[in-house]
Design a protein around this ligand. Sequence first.
Ligand SMILES: Nc1ncnc2c1ncn2[C@@H]1O[C@H](COP(=O)(O)OP(=O)(O)OP(=O)(O)O)[C@@H](O)[C@H]1O
Ligand SMILES: [Mn+2]
Length: 507
Amino acid sequence: MLNMKLKERLALAISASLILFTLMLVVDLQMDYGISGHRVPLHGRVRIGDVEDKGRSAYIEFRKRFLQKSNSSNGSREYEQSAQAETSGLATDVEPRTPAPPADKFDDLQQILFAQLQGSAFDNAVVIPPHRDLNVLRPENPTIGEMEDLELSVNASNLEKFQLKIAQHELYEDGEILVEAILKDMATLPVLHAEQKEGGTQLKLIIDYPNGVQALFKPMRFARDVQTLPNHFYFSDYERHNAEIAAFHLDRILGFRRAMPVVGRVLNMTTEIYDVTEGDILKTFFVSPANNFCFHGKCSYYCDTGHAICGNPDMLEGSFAAFLPSSDVAERKVWRHPWRRSYHKRRKAQWELQSDYCDTVRTTPPYDSGRRLLDLMDMSIFDFLTGNMDRHHYETFKMFGNETFTLHLDQGRAFGKAFHDELSILAPLLQCCVVRHTTLATLLKFVNGVPLSGTLRESMKIDPVSPILWEPHLQALDRRVVIVLDAIRKCVEKANNPLQNEINDFV
Ligand SMILES: Nc1ncnc2c1ncn2[C@@H]1O[C@H](COP(=O)(O)OP(=O)(O)OP(=O)(O)O)[C@@H](O)[C@H]1O
Ligand SMILES: [Mn+2]
C-alpha cells in the first residue's frame, strides 16, 4: 500500500515537472517570437564549435582596438568622456556647437578615392569604385509609373506624382522638388480621417488627407532628451517620432534617398483624431489624472492604459511619413536582415558567434552579386549613425527584382542613446569590409567640410516641430562618422596586410 503511494507520488512529481518544463519552453519560445511580433527564426542556435569563434569576430576585435586607441588619441577621448556622462546621467553640453575639426583628415582614405577617380586602385578590396557599383552605373532606372504603365490621375496629388516617380535605384532624385511639396502637404492639409494601422508592435495611425494623400503617423511619447532606459533592450524600447523625422533628413543628406519623406506636426486630438475615427479605438480614449486627453488604441504591445499616448492637454505632436504606394500598385518584398539580432535576452544571433559569417552571406543570393550587399553596408552605416538596433527586416519593391535599392523603413528606435556608440551595429561593415566609393566620399566630406551635425541641424530647421533632435544626438553623429571611417581604415589595412593583421587578431 505504502509502496503504491510512493510510486504514485513519484509519478505525480515527474508529470508535474514535465508540465513545468514544457511551460518554460513555451515561455522561452514566445520570448523569441515576442516583443517585435515578428516571426523570429531561432538561428541563434549554432554549432557549439562556433562559440570559440566569438572572440575573433571582427567587430569585437575592432571594438577592442578602438577602445585601446581611445586611451591615447585625441578624437576618441570625447567618446570616453561622453560614455562617462551617460553613466553619471550628466549631459552638460546641450547648446549647439561647432565641433573642432578632427585632427585626422583620413588622407589615406582620400587617396584611395582620388586614385579611383584617376582611373587606378580599381582592385581595392574594400572600396568599390563607381564603375563597379550598380547604384552609380544604373544601366536601367525605370520608375514605378513606367513599369506599370500608369498615368497620373487628373487631379493627381504631389504624393501620387512622387509615388509614380519612385525608381529602381532610389525613391527620389537628388533635388526632387516634390519632396518639399509632400512635406508641406502632410504638415498643413486638413486631416479627413484617422485609423489605426493593423499589425506592428506599437500604435500607429493612417492619416487620410484630401485627394487620396495618406501618411503614417507615429505619436510623440517623450521629450527629446529622454533616452533609452539603460536596462531596456532595444526590442523593448519605445519608438520615438522625432527619430523618424531625423532619419529621413539624414538618409537624404547621405545621398541614399531610400527613406520616405517624414515631417512633424501637432494635431488637435479631438478634431483631428477622435472626431475623424471610428470603431474600437474610440473606446480607448480617456482623460488622465493630469487632465490630459489620452488614448492607447489596440495593438500587441504598449496599447494599454499604462502606455497611453497623451496630449497636452489635447494637442499631440507626431511624425507623418509619406505613404508608400499601395501594394496594388507596387508590391513589396520583405527580407530577413542577415545581421538581424536574436530578439531574445539571452540568445545570440549567428553573426555574433561566427567570425566568417560574411563569407556565408556574400556567397548567398542576392548578396553574391549586384548592389544588395553594398546596400546592407550603407544601411549598417546609416543605422550606426542613428543608433538603430532594430533592423530585423528590410523591404524592396518586387517589380524591380533583386537589382534594386533597399528601403530604409522604420527608424522609430533610432536616436535612443546619445552618449553610447553601439559598435555592433557596424558588424556588417566590419565583417565584410566592403563599402561604396560614393558612401566613403560622402562621409569624408563631413570631416573635411561642414560637419554632419551642422548639415543635419540645418536641414531639419524647416520642420514645423523643430528642433527635432536633442543636441547630444547631433554631436554623437560627428563622433560616429569618425568611428565609421576608422573602421574602413582598419579594413583597408587588413586587406593590404592580411598576415600582419591576422597575427594581431589573435593577440
Ligand atoms: N511610409 C509608409 N507607408 C506605408 N507603409 C509603411 C510605411 N512605413 C512603414 N510601412 C509599413 O508598415 C509596417 C510597420 O511600420 P513600422 O515598422 O514603421 O512600425 P512598427 O510599429 O515599428 O512595426 P514593427 O513593430 O513591426 O517594427 C512596415 O513593415 C511597413 O510595411
Ligand atoms: Mn519598429
